[in-house]
Ligand binder design. Structure first.
Ligand code: GDP
Ligand code: ZN
Length: 459
């Protein structure tokens, strides 16, 4: 992997207006840049210097704070220069342009998305899981998500994974040493308690997987689709669910007039709720335009983690409801919500039936809403364990799962009478490769490209 340490610069703060804004530069040797901008040794490493930011002709762009982090003691591990000016888009663009101009002879260029963090990774300031946590912390949509992102960023997740890698490596070394002395193979598994060690590793892996899967839930949330006839109470239910969480994120107007997504949270878990106002069974669509809209809605339904089918507890299901039910995709859990029990006289309840789980509630009177919230958390697989969570990504979960599969196969080899130790060792090696990919010990350039290109410029 080639480390490009040519100097780069970008605006590091979010676009828009703010109290302050930061232009950041990084490179192997920024002293010449500092000289060109401020002259001589105007800046002491790691000291904040209040200083005018000037154009080449001496006119002033802004006054602000300049900080020079001398490599390797910086975010990227290279020299880093941070200029904190006033946070307006025009002034920061001017400042960035000035920095690029001053560094032209040094080959200073605009940074690519995620390039600062990529360099931090390549210079061993962060491992891959930590670098991903930087993006996840910035993107966190709930407090719980932010908390577990910073847990991963601090290296807690990496440390746990590295401990697992260490245990697998130890066991592997033991096995491989035995492979050189075939006459001892038979006793090996007993003597070294290889099976016991393997069992311990599998248990530790299962715990990490649990913590990571729960963390992933905080990151991804649960996709919930709300379907039901007009006036059955979909909007009312959405409001009731959002409750006091004041977490309603701006509604994103869908591509069709019939689709609105809102994100609310329950115990910190984001629920991405799609309100499919006006859904009909595919064959009930009236004209071409409506049919396209309805097809889109049904493709949303197919992607859902759970379908909430709202019904009127007072009037019972309509023929349309039956057609909609028939069109539900297989395999997606359905909750049948009987709303308006204040009119029908039902008691709030959860009724697990063969076709679906039925919940009786009143969105209007906020009765039975807690039953629904609990049911949604159950479907999400949320458990309040008090364990710390790692804001893991799909990539991490897959690696953990694959590692688990290799360990299981290793266990099978160890259990066989012929004790195929070479196969046992090979499965351990494969498990180790999977685990190591989480922190990036064996990652390809392609993977790095995918991970870092999703960052914004300036991170
Ligand atoms: P939507 O078209 O499915 O989104 O339905 P709305 O949420 O807009 O509700 C339609 C009407 O039903 C409104 O007048 C609501 O006040 C009323 N409504 C909703 N939920 C309840 C309920 O639980 N009980 C009663 N009595 N009325 C309800
Ligand atoms: Zn509505």
């Amino acid at each position: 992997m080639n480390i490009d340490s040519s100097p780069i610069a970008a605006i590091a703060t979010a676009p828009g207006r703010g109290g302050i804004g930061v232009v950041r530069a990084s490179g192997k040797n920024l002293q010449a840049l500092i000289g060109a901008l401020f002259g001589g040794d105007a800046l002491k490493p790691r000291h904040a210097t209040y200083i005018p930011f000037k154009q080449a002709d001496g006119s002033i762009i802004d006054q602000g704070i300049a900080i020079w982090f001398k490599g390797p003691n910086s975010y990227t591990g290279e020299d880093v220069l941070e200029l904190q000016g006033h946070g307006g888009p025009v002034v920061l663009q001017m400042l960035l342009a000035r920095v690029l101009e001053a560094g032209e002879d040094l080959g200073l260029r605009l940074a690519e998305p995620g390039e600062f963090t990529r360099r931090a990774y390549l210079n061993d300031k962060l491992d891959l899981a930590q670098a991903e946590a930087v993006a996840d912390l910035i993107d966190a949509s709930t407090e719980a998500a932010a908390k577990s992102a910073s847990q991963s960023l601090s290296g807690a997740f990496s440390k746990t994974v590295n401990t697992l890698v260490g245990s697998v490596t130890n066991l592997r070394m033991l096995v491989e040493a035995t492979l050189d002395f075939p006459e001892e193979e038979i006793d090996f598994l007993e003597k070294s308690d290889a099976r016991g060690q393997l069992k311990g590793i599998v248990e530790a892996l299962e715990q990490v997987f649990r913590q990571a899967a729960q963390g992933a839930l905080l990151r991804e949330g649960l996709n919930v689709v709300l379907v039901g006839q007009p006036n059955v109470g979909k909007s009312s239910l959405l409001n009731a669910l959002a409750g006091n969480d004041v977490a309603i994120v701006t509604p994103i107007a869908g591509t069709t007039r019939d689709k609105v997504t809102e994100t609310i949270q329950i115990e910190g878990i984001p629920l991405n709720i799609i309100d499919t106002a006006g859904i009909r069974a595919p064959e009930e669509a009236i004209d071409v335009v409506e049919r396209i809209g309805i097809e889109r809605t049904w493709s949303e339904v197919a992607k859902a983690d759970v379908i909430l089918h709202l019904l009127d507890a007072d009037h019972g299901p309509s023929r349309s409801d039956e057609n909609i039910t028939a069109a539900f995709p297989e395999g997606v859990p359905v909750l049948r919500i009987w709303n308006k029990i204040d009119l029908s006289g039902h008691k709030p309840a959860v009724d697990v039936m063969e076709d679906a789980t039925h919940i009786y509630l009143s969105a209007h009177d906020h009765v039975g809403i807690d039953l629904l919230r609990k049911e949604l958390l159950r479907i999400a697989g949320w458990q309040q364990t008090g364990e710390s969570l790692y804001l893991a990504r799909e990539r991490h979960l897959i690696a953990l799962k694959n590692a688990g599969a290799h360990l299981a196969r290793a266990g099978e080899h160890a259990a066989q009478n012929d004790q195929s130790l070479d196969l046992f060792a090979e499965e351990l090696r494969l498990a180790q490769v999977q685990l190591s990919s989480i922190t990036g010990a064996f990652s390809s350039d392609d993977l790095l490209g995918v991970i870092f290109s999703r960052f914004c410029i300036g991170k």
